[in-house]
Design a protein around this ligand. Structure first.
Ligand code: DP6
Length: 343
């Protein structure tokens, strides 16, 4: 094949789960379905240069610097992807990624990192093979993203994305995420302000946390709770019931951390300031009636979710009451986005 182009580039966002993925089977198959809001600003841009070669090889740069610490995870990823991306076996890749958010923010970037890389790889594969076309491009990109990091499978679609089989959506799959349309036009556009409580690396990785679900005493209960919460969340979105939306989202966040605290061995990822912030968010909601809620991922930072029409009021609250509990007063204002963009 005579290729006109030998470099591809994609920008892909991070996402914040409303129903949490926690626990997985072999080959990145989730124990339960999850659904997330796709973010807009927190994203990774990845570009991949490729040239013909006798065998597959890759070099990886993060912001133009070699990063040996990323290689083990990338090696596992490529060992999982080769059956889906046969054309790569005769290519040498040079991968360069950069994040839109600060390194020091402690934001998990595996979702944006792996989805942007997967989109590049699927575009390259599509240049060599008929297996990928416009119809299945995003589905395949989501599947490849999943093989790098489960939550990355959801970043391929916005504003809502569901990964894992659920009876609520016929098309849902454990292999890849599907886009979820808001059936209710009234449901507000949400903002997500990420309150940076801890900017350091997590003391227990998500990979280890997932593993601890294998023999967790609440494994069965968690799987049924996730399905129940999913159906409550869907109902609340479909009927524009923000109070019930808030109840489910906060229940999922606290369940995630309760599962960590009841794992064997146990671990705690939130910090005193995580709790200080959560307390103030709940108090602010009770006092002002503003439809704010918190969620957490596998770390100490708090995601503050609120409808866009409360932006001014909530920003005032953040500056006055919450910023003091953030590391160096740092927080990132993001909002729900529509998914990846090709560069
Ligand atoms: C708590 O997707 O980071 O953020 O598949 O091992 O890469 P791996 O895990 P990862 O786990 C994310 C867990 C979570 C919840 C979620 O995003 O659904």
């Amino acid at each position: 094949m005579n290729l006109k182009k030998s470099e591809v580039s994609w920008k892909s966002p991070s996402n914040i789960a409303l129903i949490k993925y926690w626990g997985k089977y072999d080959n990145q198959i989730p124990m339960n379905p999850s659904i997330s809001f796709t973010l807009e600003k927190c994203s990774t841009i990845t570009s991949v240069k490729f040239e013909k070669s006798n065998e597959f090889s890759y070099n990886f740069f993060f912001e133009n610097k070699i990063k040996p610490e990323f290689i083990p995870k990338l090696d596992v990823f490529f060992s999982r992807t080769n059956e889906y991306l046969p054309s790569l076996s005769k290519l040498k890749l040079t991968i360069n990624s950069s994040n839109s958010f600060p390194h020091s923010s402690g934001i998990a970037s595996s979702a944006s990192a792996f989805s942007s890389l997967a989109l590049c790889l699927i575009e390259i594969e599509s240049m060599f093979s008929d297996l990928i076309d416009n119809e299945n491009f995003l589905e395949k990109a989501s599947l490849i993203s999943r093989l790098g990091s489960g939550s990355a499978s959801r970043s391929v679609y916005g504003p809502l994305s569901c990964w894992g089989e659920t009876e609520l959506y016929d098309q849902s799959s454990d292999q890849y995420a599907i886009p979820i349309k808001m059936s209710n036009d009234e449901f507000p556009v949400f903002c997500d302000t990420i309150l940076i409580v801890d900017s350091g690396a997590k003391k227990v990785s998500s990979t280890i946390g997932h593993k601890l679900m294998d023999d967790h005493i609440f494994k069965k209960e968690r799987i049924s709770q996730s399905h129940l919460n999913f159906s409550k969340l869907k109902k609340s979105i479909d009927s524009n019931d923000l109070d019930s939306f808030i109840e489910v989202v906060e229940n999922e966040a606290l369940t995630l951390h309760a599962l960590m605290m009841t794992s064997n061995p146990n671990f705690i990822l939130f910090k005193p300031n995580t709790i200080n912030i959560i307390d103030l968010i709940v108090k602010f909601r009770e006092e002002t009636g503003t439809k704010v809620c918190f969620t957490l991922d596998a770390g100490a930072n708090v995601h503050l979710l609120y409808p866009k029409n409360s932006f001014e009021k909530v920003q005032e609250f953040i500056k006055k009451s919450l910023a003091q509990f953030c590391h160096d007063g740092e927080y990132i204002n993001d909002q729900i986005g529509l998914g990846p963009q090709k560069n």
